[in-house]
Design a binder for this molecule. Structure first.
Ligand code: ACO
Length: 331
């Protein structure tokens, strides 16, 4: 049964830091090659922050660009939901830091942790408040400084990620036929051991030992994550289309989470999506975790690939495992 929310994405903006880390740069840091990285992941380069730049800074910059583009004053924002697994600090929430940085004095907000599905979870949550009629302008932000939790001596993870942020504005839709049409999210906690950062939380508070054991870095079983991501992205997307009486033919654009080009291609093949309907930008940014989907939407708009009335499918799988898919009639 489809869950209708009369809320729409009324604007999109993004930010990636100016510094670029190429595969050639990584060749000098670990035992890898441009050829391996490109053929196994599709990534050519990624953007990384300079020291001192945190998730709140990138998120606030994406939000500032969005507000300027829309001509919306910070004081008009009612709610700020931030998806991140790399908050500036465990507390206060990154949403509070961004609210302060923007001067969004009337807004309340909070952070949400769902790793690579984080932006989609935040989009659904933010849309609920607008759809319910209690809020008129919600900022949904995905921002991750993945380089702050990556071991740059581990070639299996350091080549995959980049830093980046995206922000969308959620406003009431004219009707239930446009904006966020439907969503599906689920989690499978049994997959938590496949992708995680063991140190720094209440289970293993930071000590010299946790640092020596590199527990504050991303640990993953890449092939397990790969298989789960392909299977669940396909299952969830098919189910969402089916229950809305739609097929892949009806879609104008698919914006998948950008974790690995081979994951995207496997999903594309199984769902039968032509290249013309598929958003890919992993080659330039790598996996920016909560940033990938809003950056994908931003790039699609800049490339003239997204128009009013288009049916768009967003999909992601991330650590947890978390899964998300959202169907949008672009308004
Ligand atoms: N350069 C050169 N060789 C490498 C590198 C590298 N950067 N990394 C790993 N290898 C080697 C391995 O050591 C291994 O060598 P061996 O056969 O001698 O042992 C070989 O390449 C194959 O390793 P696999 O792990 O089997 O390689 P695979 O083809 O599975 O690719 C990868 C690894 C890229 C990590 C892939 O499994 C993947 O992308 N998984 C998804 C992980 C992911 O995206 N996580 C992030 C967040 S979750 C999400 O967003 C869905």
């Amino acid at each position: 049964m489809a869950r209708r929310i009369a809320a729409k994405i009324s604007g999109v903006a993004g930010y990636v830091p100016p510094r670029v880390l190429t595969n050639a740069d990584l060749e000098k840091m670990v035992d890898t090659s441009d050829e391996w990285i490109v053929t196994r992941t599709g990534i050519h380069e990624r953007h990384i922050v300079d020291s001192g730049v945190a998730a709140s800074h990138m998120g606030a910059e994406a939000a500032r660009r969005l507000l300027a583009q829309k001509g919306v004053a910070p004081e008009e924002i009612d709610l700020i939901v931030v998806a991140t697994v790399t908050p500036d600090m465990l507390f206060p929430a990154t949403a509070c830091l961004i609210q302060n940085e923007l001067g969004a004095k009337r807004a309340w907000g909070f952070d949400l942790s769902a790793a690579c599905s984080g932006f989609l979870y935040a989009l659904t949550v933010g849309s609920q408040f607008v759809g319910a009629g209690t809020h008129r302008k919600a900022l949904v932000i995905g921002s991750d400084v993945m380089t702050s939790i990556i071991d740059f001596s581990d070639r299996a993870t350091c080549v995959l990620f980049g830093d980046g942020a995206g922000a969308v504005l959620i406003e009431p839709a004219e009707s239930e036929a446009e904006g966020i049409l439907d969503f599906h999210h689920d989690i499978d906690g049994s997959g938590g051991c496949n992708l995680f950062m063991p140190g720094g939380g209440s289970l293993h508070p930071p000590t010299h030992e946790t640092v020596d054991k590199k527990m504050h870095y991303v640990h993953q079983d890449g092939p397990q994550v790969f298989k789960y991501a392909v299977r669940r992205m396909c299952e969830v997307s098919s189910m969402l289309l089916e229950r809305n009486g739609l097929t892949g033919e009806d879609l104008a654009l698919v914006v998948p989470h950008q974790a690995n080009l081979r994951i995207i291609r496997a999903m594309q093949e199984r769902l039968g999506i032509p290249d013309s309907k598929l958003m890919i930008n992993i080659d330039r940014y790598g996996n920016t975790t909560a940033g990938t989907i809003p950056l994908g939407l931003r790039d699609a708009i800049q490339q003239g690939r997204l128009h009013r009335g288009d049916l768009v499918l967003l999909m992601a799988v991330g650590a947890g495992f978390t899964t998300g898919s959202i169907l949008v009639r672009w308004a």
